[in-house]
Design a protein around this ligand. Structure first.
Ligand code: AMP
Ligand code: ZN
Length: 117
């Protein structure tokens, strides 16, 4: 995808603070961290959202989940973390390239979602 900001980050066309990369996954610090630890894990292949995945994506989805603990620990959240995948309009997804938020830090991150106001 030529106009996808996360694809541009993977290609190095937009700068990022990379924390991990392998054949399937790229991970970097969120530009607007919501917690002391806020890492984004993304598939290198463009997938728009968790609503667009198919069986062929199972290896990269598994890699994203299995690497999350290590990246949380290495980036200041050794006592656990929260993993979130916002999906589509209802899920509050803003960037249309699938991404796993890994959130944490020295203190518990708080309630999972805000109550409706
Ligand atoms: P979501 O609302 O789940 O789509 O999350 C998108 C996330 O991408 C937000 O937390 C943004 O702060 C983050 N983000 C957007 N642009 C960049 C960027 N250039 N580098 C790092 N994080 C970004
Ligand atoms: Zn993309």
């Amino acid at each position: 995808m030529t106009d996808c900001i996360f694809c541009k980050i993977i290609k190095g066309e937009i700068p990022s603070r990379k924390v991990f990369e392998d054949d399937l996954v790229y991970a970097f610090h969120d530009i607007n961290p919501l917690c002391p630890t806020h890492i984004l894990l993304i598939p290198k292949r463009h997938i728009a959202s968790l609503a667009e995945v198919s069986a062929e994506d199972e290896p990269v989805l598994g890699r994203m989940l299995s690497i999350a603990r290590r990246l949380a620990e290495e980036n200041g959240s050794s006592g656990g973390f929260r993993a979130i995948i916002n999906t589509g309009h209802i899920g509050g997804q803003e960037v249309a390239h699938l991404h796993l938020h890994v959130l944490g830090g020295p203190e518990p991150v708080g309630r999972m979602v805000s109550p409706r106001g």
